[in-house]
Design a protein around this ligand. Structure first.
Ligand SMILES: Nc1ncnc2c1ncn2[C@@H]1O[C@H](COP(=O)(O)OP(=O)(O)OP(=O)(O)O)[C@@H](O)[C@H]1O
Ligand SMILES: [Mg+2]
Length: 313
């Protein structure tokens, strides 16, 4: 029998005030695998990550389809049933540690919170475990750092603390939403390496939200390319990003290469507003290969190792 995937998303549609911010999204993530979500600003990457954490639920949004973490349906669980999932079986790392950490709490208070809540650890157990965790995320002299407040730490150090919090209860699924984009380029690689190392040590599954294609192909097994709330191409990261087949992924890659040459050449046109989306392929208005057929929506169709939603791939 096939083991239950870590995450199973089937035909998930998420609407805010009647507008589909996620439209018919399907993703499967096996245990121990990593997936990178990429796509332009507004594609719905963070929305998907928050929905997986159970942070976007009715009545705030309307949900259709299935969203299973293990075999628990996040859309059907009560807030009370969700609590042990969040921060324990699932961990979340945000882009901006400064905003995520509370300026009034010390490092020890931050790291202890999930340990007390989910593991019912005593104060001395929390302190011991916090020292181990800080050490594991590369914070030197962890005992002394326990008493520090967030503003006393550098940006890279704050990000390490947030990683320690997310990993405190050894989650099975980690969501990392642009975990390094607020950091200096020199520190970005260190932090990515750290996350990957810790995730492997826990044999956890991970979803990265990234806008750096090169980073995505290095860091993730698989990639899902999102455009305007839909997945347009998905498959093994190195394959999809080195030889993209969907015109949108090809455009992203071309602009990334141009960016590498320090010349910005973004894909022509802009993402249509969600309330005035074309009925067929959402990328058609910007696509050089668009034909009449594209007025009908192309389904995400398996082709070899990947799946593509395009009539002309
Ligand atoms: N709180 C909100 N209320 C209303 N609309 C929202 C809200 N948050 C996001 N949206 C809309 O949902 C869509 C998807 O946003 P989301 O933040 O998921 O995109 P993203 O892919 O993470 O973009 P970025 O790369 O900029 O982080 C956008 O059109 C955005 O304007
Ligand atoms: Mg985002």
């Amino acid at each position: 029998m096939m083991p239950t995937p870590m995450l199973t998303i089937e035909n998930l549609t998420l609407k805010r005030r009647g507008v589909a911010v996620l439209d018919d999204v399907s993703i499967t993530l096996a245990r121990g695998r990593s997936l990178a979500l990429i796509g332009e600003s507004g594609a719905g990457k963070s929305t998907l990550a928050f929905a997986i954490m159970g942070l976007l639920r009715p009545p705030e949004v309307a949900l259709q389809g299935r969203l299973l973490v293990g075999d628990a349906d996040v859309a059907l669980l009560s807030e009370r049933q969700l609590r042990p999932l969040r921060g324990s079986r699932m961990g979340l790392i945000f882009q901006d540690a400064t905003a995520a950490l509370n300026p009034c709490f010390t490092v020890l208070q931050h790291v202890s919170e999930p340990l007390r809540r989910h593991r019912r650890m005593s104060a001395s157990q929390c302190q011991q475990r916090a020292i181990e965790l800080l050490d594991s995320v590369g914070i030197a002299d962890p005992e002394r750092r326990l008493k520090a407040f967030p503003h006393e730490l550098s940006g890279g150090m704050q990000q390490r603390v947030m990683i320690a919090i997310a990993l405190a209860c050894e989650p099975e699924l980690l969501l990392a939403d642009e975990p390094t984009s607020a950091l200096d380029v020199t520190i970005q690689a260190q932090i990515m390496t750290l996350i990957l190392e810790r995730v492997r040590a826990l044999n956890a599954s991970v979803i990265f939200v990234l806008h750096d294609l090169a980073l995505a192909s290095q860091a993730a097994d698989d990639v899902a390319v999102m455009y305007a709330g839909q997945i347009v191409e998905t498959g093994p990261a190195a394959e999809v990003l080195n030889a993209p087949q969907h015109p949108y992924t090809q455009g992203l890659r071309a602009s990334a290469i141009e960016l590498g040459a320090a010349r910005l050449k973004p894909i022509a046109g802009v993402v249509p507003s969600l309330s005035s989306m074309p009925g067929g392929c959402r990328f058609a208005p910007r696509c050089v290969r668009a034909t009449e057929q594209c007025a009908t929506r192309p389904a995400l169709t398996p082709r070899g190792t990947r799946a593509i939603a395009c009539w002309h791939a």
